[in-house]
Design a protein around this ligand. Structure first.
Ligand SMILES: *Cc1c(COP(=O)(O)O)cnc(C)c1O
Length: 460
């Protein structure tokens, strides 16, 4: 890393100078261990010093390419000057006024969300501080508006970790273990994963895909046995499953799900917390299938890392709850709102397009890479939400969990920050502003990490 004398960070240059964790990182890790909850799932010891765009530096002056963006959060890159400016300006004016009062940035953000929300009908917005709170708000509104109590969710889903959202979360066993009882009334069905289907397609019609199989299963099995459809308040679904493995559903799934919800008066909640705000090359991932949800949950990328969660609902649903039915202290935090407004402007003026273009470039490169590597079972995604699934061999598709761990670890040691998801998937989720040179450099590092892991596991 090169630091110029005025303290501003230059990008590019050397990568790993001291194999991480270096001496400075080690000291912080030791202190962290004494005071920070051990429940946080940390896969490797990246101790951040600072970031710029799609590059991050650790406390031992190592430079990394960031293909994780936190957890798909730093949408506009690290410390984008426009974000820094928006945050500083607001901080000077006022930092807090609770949601019991009014301020303009909150209204403006509501207007912006109304402009870009994935439904034609006007929406109203509830303001919170995190993804799980956005989901809690959606669950509560769905119950309130429908006067129904039960829900449908999906295996592999991740919706958060508070007791309501946790009752839907089903991507890893450890998220559930010892926390029962969570909120009762949620029935889980398989998510339409075309790479790993668990349901048979019964008498497939022409043009049918695995999405039809899942809806048929809900209609013919779940709704006939355990779950009376007219007691179901809502279906909660990720348009592209995130923590579960960056799984893209087949084309028929969302149109059929919408039909099913309409038929039974069920509210369709799209959890766009990871897939939204331009990451997939459209504002919302569900727009890839031309389907409108009734409620959309937004967080992660929306404010480029300032804590903000939003729940936007069609006004016909939103108008049903009354003053006092739901609220919070920090909702509409002015700094978070300004950060979101700045983020939306940057995403709208180029970054969303960039995500689509870079995503296509990466998908092509990975498809080519896949031919050289026996462990790369599947490559899928939209825009900059791409998953690479590792397998023991391509015919039996046995998930290669340990190999995946090794790939992520090797990448880190070489200067590429990545995150796993699912059992054997690595996600490619850089900031939306990432440019070609860092994409190409990252692809090289990723392939080196895969080659080393395949050698260790005797696949090469
Ligand atoms: C991260 C995530 C959440 C939870 O967000 P938190 O801010 O961690 O509470 C919910 N849904 C999806 C799809 C997510 O990726």
């Amino acid at each position: 890393m090169k630091n110029s004398t005025n303290g501003r960070l230059r990008t590019g240059g050397a990568r790993i100078l001291t194999p991480p964790p270096g001496p400075n990182a080690k000291k912080i890790l030791a202190r962290d261990k004494k005071v920070v909850s051990p429940s946080y799932p940390r896969d490797y010891p990246f101790v951040m010093e600072r970031g710029r765009g799609a590059e991050v530096w650790d406390v031992d002056r190592n430079r990394y390419i960031d293909w994780a963006a936190g957890i798909a959060v730093a949408a506009t890159g690290h410390s984008h000057p426009k974000l820094v400016e928006a945050i500083q300006k607001q901080a000077e004016k006022f930092i807090h006024i609770s949601s019991d009062y009014y301020h303009e940035a909150m209204v403006r953000l509501g207007e912006r969300i109304n402009e870009i929300a994935p439904m034609k009908e006007d929406v109203g917005v509830f303001f919170a501080n995190s993804g799980t709170e956005a989901v809690e708000a959606a669950i509560k509104l769905a119950r309130y508006a429908t006067k129904r109590q039960r829900f449908l969710g999906f295996l592999g889903a991740f919706h958060g970790r508070s007791m309501g959202s946790l009752s839907f979360t089903a991507s890893k066993y450890v998220q559930q273990e010892r926390f029962f009882p969570t909120m009762p009334g949620v029935v889980h069905v398989p998510f339409p994963d075309p790479y790993r289907p668990v349901l048979d397609m019964q008498a497939p019609r022409s043009g049918a895909d695995y999405g039809d199989a899942v809806i048929d299963y809900i209609e013919r099995v779940i709704f006939q046995s355990i779950l009376p459809p007219d007691e179901v308040a809502a279906v909660l679904v990720e348009p592209i499953q995130g923590e579960g493995g960056y799984i893209v559903p087949p084309p028929n799934f969302f149109p059929r799900l919408r039909e099913m919800c309409d038929k039974h008066g069920i509210v369709l909640i799209a959890d766009e917390i990871q897939s939204g705000v331009g990451r997939t090359g459209k504002w919302w991932a569900i727009q890839h299938w031309g389907v409108e949800p009734d409620i959309v949950c937004i967080a992660k990328g929306i404010a480029s890392g300032m804590p903000l969660g939003l729940m936007a609902a069609r006004q016909s649903v939103m108008k049903k709850w009354v003053a006092g039915a739901h609220g919070n202290t920090y909702g509409g935090n002015p700094i978070a709102c300004q950060a979101a407004l700045a983020t939306l402007e940057l995403v709208e003026n180029g970054m969303m397009q960039n995500a689509a273009a870079m995503g296509e470039f990466i998908m092509d490169a990975l498809a080519e890479m896949q031919m050289r590597h026996p462990s790369m079972g599947d490559v899928r995604g939209r825009g900059l939400m791409i998953g690479v699934e590792f397998v023991q061999d391509k015919t039996n598709k046995q998930p290669a969990h340990q190999l995946r761990e090794d790939v992520v670890h090797n990448a880190f040691q070489n200067g590429l920050v990545m995150l796993g998801c699912g059992r054997s998937v690595v996600r490619v989720a850089p900031p939306l502003m990432i440019e070609k040179p860092l994409v190409e450099e990252g692809l090289e590092l990723f392939e080196e990490a895969i080659t080393a892991a395949e050698k260790k596991h005797k696949l090469l």
